[in-house]
Write a protein that binds this ligand. Structure first.
Ligand SMILES: N[C@@H](CCC(=O)N[C@@H](CS)C(=O)NCC(=O)O)C(=O)O
Length: 212
């Protein structure tokens, strides 16, 4: 059985959500963040990259949520929530599976700039580049959700599981809020949040959940 090594208030909640969508059994091992808000030593000891999520599956220890989600979907979920290469939506699926990492790169760039004393309101070349990159991501998100109800295909897929955390949980770190200025994205978040498996997963491992 797969063990999900879950860090409180983290994107490892998406692995719990995937298991609930697929109706697969799993064991949840919960780790609390330290006072520095980082992962504790016990979680970091599991894998050299030391970030959550990590799964163990027999002898396999795997990190990186995009890889984990696709691994579980293909190996144990019959590919039901993945998109095959001969599907016309395949390119969309690949793009939106990676959106998570582009989104977080843009956010962490902004956070690092501000942590180093940078002032976004002062403008300048670095701020222009950051704002262009961030703006492009939100523009494309809004455009895609004006054309399709879901990100990776015309149906719910792993690409939605990969993207929701960014839209729901990262405002606390400075991500742009999803509000009426992004109407297609706002409607999408409401649509996907109403899924029973999402609600169950968030009650178990979402940002407001606590160790069992
Ligand atoms: N690209 C990685 C990012 C993993 C990551 O940054 N995880 C955060 C939690 S959201 C973490 O482990 N933070 C604690 C730490 O770095 O000590 C993934 O998708 O798995």
């Amino acid at each position: 059985m797969i063990t999900i090594h879950h860090l409180g208030v983290s994107q490892s909640d998406r692995v719990v959500w995937l298991m609930e969508e697929l109706g697969l059994p799993y064991e949840l091992k919960w780790y609390n963040r330290g006072e520095d808000f980082l992962a504790p030593a016990e979680l970091r000891a599991l894998h050299p990259v030391g970030t959550a999520p990590i799964i163990t599956d027999g002898d396999l220890v795997m990190a990186e949520s995009t890889a984990i989600v696709e691994y579980i979907s293909r190996k144990y979920g019959g590919g039901e929530l993945s998109v095959d290469p001969d599907d016309p939506e395949y390119a969309n699926y690949l793009f939106w599976m990676q959106f998570n990492n582009s989104f977080q790169s843009a956010l962490f760039m902004k956070m690092a700039y501000q942590a180093g004393g940078g002032d976004l309101t002062q403008g300048g070349q670095v701020v222009d580049v950051m704002q262009r990159r961030e703006g492009g991501l939100y523009d494309y998100l809004e455009q895609r959700l004006g054309e399709s109800e879901y990100l990776g295909a015309d149906r719910f897929t792993c690409a939605d599981i990969m993207s929701m955390f960014n839209l729901t949980s990262l405002e606390m770190l400075g991500a742009r809020p999803i509000d009426e200025k992004l109407p297609n994205t706002l409607a999408y978040v409401a649509r996907v949040s109403s899924r029973p498996a999402y609600q169950k997963a968030m009650s178990i491992a979402g940002p407001a959940a606590t160790a069992p």
